[in-house]
Write a new protein. Sequence first.
Length: 200
Amino acid sequence: MASEEVDRNRRRFLTGATTVVGGAGLVALAVPFVSSMGTSARAQAAGAPIEVDISLIQEGQRLTFEWRGQPVWVVRRSQRMIDSLEQIEGRLADPESQQSTQPEYARNRYRSREPEFLVMIGICTHLGCSPSYRPQEGAAGLGADWLGGFFCACHGSSYDLAGRVYADQPAPLNMEIPPHMFAEDGQTLVIGEDEETQTG
Ligand code: FES
């Protein structure tokens, strides 16, 4: 794909992000960002951590939030999806996440604190497009051996359901995991903050 087209895709994303932080009145228009679940537009604009009620996320569902102008995905993985992460490891460039950016507690097979929940910045590590979520096994166009994951149509990079990139792809790294933690109530996921970064 021509680089112009990539730029256009990227601009489209940036325009969407700007819309979200531009004012609460515009949030409802900013599909696919979900910005009203326990967080305020003002907190987002300041780059503050955001809170997500995880009970609202269905098994297999991926929701998108905005944090610091970037899309952050939260995926509630099913047991089948969790099991796929081991099955796929022989096909990945960096299955142990040695090269990629994530907090230490996410340097594991699930790239998360809890296997059930993936929290990830939804930006391809090649040239910054936002990949699509393709959770189904054998999804159309991705091959019978596809176990579910993310596909970046800009130049054809595939990632598994933990954002680990397949071997021999244009994208060089696994997608980035932001700081995150679960609040004591067990229901609230905090994105953008963890024990290391907490200030108060
Ligand atoms: S931006 Fe090139 S493959 Fe994703």
